[in-house]
Design a binder for this molecule. Structure first.
Ligand SMILES: [Ca+2]
Length: 299
């Protein structure tokens, strides 16, 4: 019916243009150019078309044909195991690629907050940029919903985890720069929304594997007498899905210096009286030996 209506319209237009007289009474040849006719109700047409009323083409032009959509796909990239960070791309594809899609795409948090919602109409491909640094880390779903010219409804969605924050490591004990003796507790906490459970504690070159939970204190008992006196480095390394983070302390152990100092102190404390005692005995012995000799000389 619509096709017939278009043909009738073109025919009436032809008659109207033919009816216009010129000053000389001669009917001028009409020049009509229609650059584009959008025919939305005819069956699928894949190539430019010409409309004919008689043997000669009266009007010509391209007929843009709408094409039924077969599928719609939405993608977020780049992703790593479903995680995204920083600035990412949102790509929406329709198949076939010359089909026109009209609808919306949206980004919704796991709590239901609508982060973004935009009306879109495109043919084949649509691209957008998403800066994830402006929103909290968490799970988000990117949706696309729309229709083709036949009213067929299409939707697709992809869920990603946004993680722009490296693990945060906080030491409680020992204090950075402190001097340590004997057994001490290395106490620290790691926090991250998507913390990997495997972490590492390293004391100088010795690595200790730990299982950690975000926000739960980690206590490691360290016998500092097992290492020599001097400066030591304590490093904690933790990971989330996208990166690794470390924090370190520098401490000094003084066990053997302390022992040596103690020995020296005890030696002095014991040695002084002992020395004095021996000195006194020697003094008496000398005096005893010298006094009779002196008396004999005087006698
Ligand atoms: Ca993280």
């Amino acid at each position: 019916m619509k096709k017939a209506a278009i043909l009738i319209t073109l025919f009436v237009l032809t008659l109207a243009l033919a009816w216009i007289p010129t000053n000389s009474g001669v009917v001028a040849a009409p020049t009509v150019t229609i650059k584009q006719i959008s025919v939305k109700t005819i069956p699928r047409v894949d190539a430019p078309q010409a409309l004919y009323i008689s043997n000669e083409p009266l009007v010509t032009g391209s007929v843009k044909a709408d094409v039924a959509i077969e599928d719609v796909t939405i993608e977020v990239s780049p992703t790593t195991d479903g995680f995204v960070e920083s600035i990412v791309s949102i790509h929406i594809y329709v198949e076939p690629e010359n089909a026109t899609f009209s609808g919306t795409y949206s980004i919704i948090s796991s709590e239901g907050d609508v982060i973004r919602e935009e009306e879109i109409e495109f043919e084949g491909f649509y691209g957008a940029i998403w800066d994830t640094t402006t929103i909290p880390d968490g799970e988000y779903t990117v949706n696309v919903t729309g229709v083709d010219y036949l009213g067929n409804r299409f939707t697709d969605a992809v869920t990603v985890k946004v993680d722009n924050t490296p693990p945060e490591i906080t030491f409680v004990t020992p204090a950075n720069g402190s001097s340590l003796l004997g057994t001490v507790v290395i106490n620290f906490t790691i926090t991250d929304l998507y913390l990997e459970t495997e972490a590492t504690l390293r004391i100088d070159a010795v690595e200790i594997a730990l299982t950690v939970t975000s926000g739960t204190p980690v206590l490691y008992t360290w016998d500092t007498t097992e290492v020599g006196d001097g400066v030591h480095t304590i490093v904690v390394t933790a990971r989330d899905a996208l990166r690794e983070a470390s924090a370190s302390l520098i401490v000094e152990t003084l066990n053997y210096i302390k022992i040596a100092n103690s020995a020296l102190t005890y030696g002095i404390l014991l040695g002084l009286p002992l020395g004095l005692g021996i000195g006194v005995i020697i003094s008496f012995a000398l005096a005893k030996a010298m006094i009779p000799k002196k008396l004999k000389e005087e006698g």
